[in-house]
Design a protein around this ligand. Structure first.
Ligand code: PLP
Length: 476
């Protein structure tokens, strides 16, 4: 280090080193993960590739700033630019979803989707108050109140009382009649309209009617579909819901974060002209901070603002349309190859494929697909009796669509999936159909003949996938 530099940078200069110079171990791990992302086929329905601009905001100096509180009312000084940034993010959020600022408020501070949901329950439902959400095995999310006979799994089911509603086990479609019947008995404070694995539009209108009959709030959790909603190509939950929560990193393609929208202003006017006002904004804001969170993640909020601006462009809308077109195309290809796609297809970015009729299950197929570089999730299917052996795979198109995949490219993707599943069946044939999962994995990872086949498929996947661009930075 030169004498001059020492004067200018002092001992702090090492804190300006690049990651590569500073920490080779983490640098290499990130490089490896980037290679994995570049060479694989990403079909996890909740994942996406954030843009370089979003990642730059995430890696910015905003990470350094504490700003507990809200714009204009902070517990920390020096928050003038943070205020400006958070307000801009809020304005963009309302504009993107075409919401009037006199009728809707938005909180952009939730650290992610799960904390956003918990903040709403904390604000609106008393401890051990009641909520109803779609059951996890039926396509709902953990935070909608999941529990089993043995254990309360989600904190939502520990601190609140949850009663799930379900899909019809034959059709795979939400049983709204049953929801209406049970809501009448259970009298929930909140009904949640939101899904992590459901390929059809939700009937928000019907759900609002059910909520109204029981004086419940209707909350949409549009975590998966917020990009599609933003593009205006699936029904918007805002028309019928009181509260809407979302993540920002799924179809919306932003950083990992969360948002809560809620109605404000006049709720109703009685015959005498007396107005009843909504009381959601204040309790929700207080639940987020100081109730559950501390300092906002300002770098993430800035990244959300960037993603929201991108989401207002024609390019984004085109991408979202392509996302659905790709998913529908892939669903059709799989049906044509004899796969049982639950509900027969998809209205959105994902599908659930039940492998039972093919003679295998989600656990086994998922492992083989992972080994060949195709990433997706095992998932339970309607009619499954064992949670330990889910019958299906959840496949989604958002991430690959962000890499520029079109329908014709999904021909190839569907082919790789099919070949992975054929290989799954081949392994099962060798070890016998009843062989335990451990034997299956042994064969998959240790058998010479199988490993050679896996490697050759994986190489094919990699050479296909790596030809497509990948959003973000070139190396990291
Ligand atoms: C992904 C998801 C969440 C949770 O988001 P995290 O950011 O993982 O906490 C909540 N609700 C639904 C419906 C989701 O799909």
């Amino acid at each position: 280090m030169s004498g001059n530099k020492q004067i200018a940078g002092g001992d702090g200069e090492w804190l300006q080193q690049s990651l590569e110079d500073d920490d080779q171990e983490i640098y290499q791990i990130i490089r490896n993960e980037k290679e994995r992302q570049r060479c694989g086929l990403e079909l996890i329905a909740s994942e996406n590739f954030a843009s370089a601009a979003v990642l730059q905001a995430l890696g910015s100096c905003l990470n350094n700033k504490y700003s507990e509180g809200y714009p204009g009312v902070r517990y920390y000084g020096g928050a003038e630019y943070i205020d400006e940034m958070e307000r801009l993010c809020q304005r963009r959020a309302l504009e993107l979803f075409k919401l009037n600022k006199d009728e809707w408020a938005v909180n952009v501070q939730p650290y992610s989707g799960s904390p956003a949901n918990f903040a709403v329950y904390t604000a609106i439902v008393q401890p051990h108050g009641r909520i109803m959400g779609l059951d996890l095995p039926d396509g709902g999310h953990l935070t909608h109140g999941f529990f089993t006979e043995k254990k309360k799994i989600s904190a939502t089911s520990i601190f609140f009382e949850s009663m799930p509603y379900k899909v019809n086990q034959e059709t795979g479609l939400i049983d709204y009649d049953k929801l209406a019947e049970n809501a009448k008995l259970f009298k929930p404070k909140i009904i949640i309209a939101g899904v992590s694995c459901y390929s059809r539009h939700l009937d928000y209108k019907r759900m609002r009617e059910i909520a109204d009959e029981n004086k419940a709030y209707l909350m949409a959790d549009m975590a998966h579909i917020s990009g599609l909603v933003a593009a205006g190509i699936v029904p918007s939950p805002f028309e019928h819901c009181h509260i809407v929560t979302t993540t920002t990193h799924k179809t919306l393609r932003g950083p990992r974060s969360g948002m809560i929208f809620c109605r404000k202003g006049v709720k109703s006017v009685d015959p005498k002209g007396n107005k009843e006002m909504y009381n959601l904004e204040k309790p929700i804001n207080e639940a987020v901070f100081p109730g559950l969170q501390g300092g906002p993640h300002n770098h993430a909020i800035a990244g959300v603002a960037v993603a929201l601006k991108q989401a207002m462009t024609d390019k984004f809308i085109q991408d979202q349309k392509q996302t659905i077109a790709n998913a529908q195309h892939m669903a059709k290809l799989l049906v044509d190859r004899g796969y049982n796609v639950v509900t027969g297809g998809t209205d959105n970015h994902l599908m659930l494929v039940n492998l039972k009729s093919k003679g295998t299950d989600g656990n086994r197929a998922d492992k083989v697909l992972e080994a060949i570089g195709v990433a997706c999730n095992k998932n339970s299917c309607p009619g499954d009796t064992s949670a330990l052996r889910p019958s299906g795979l959840r496949l989604g198109s958002p991430a690959l669509t962000s890499r520029g995949f079109k329908e014709a490219d999904f021909d190839k993707v569907a082919d790789f999936i099919d070949r992975g599943i054929q290989l799954t069946l081949e392994i099962q044939q060798v070890i016998g159909p009843k062989a335990p999962f451990k034997d299956f994995k042994d064969k998959l990872y240790k058998d010479e003949d199988i490993c050679a086949k896996v490697k050759s498929l994986k190489d094919e996947v990699a050479s296909f996938a790596s030809a497509f661009p990948i959003p973000g930075f070139p190396l990291l």
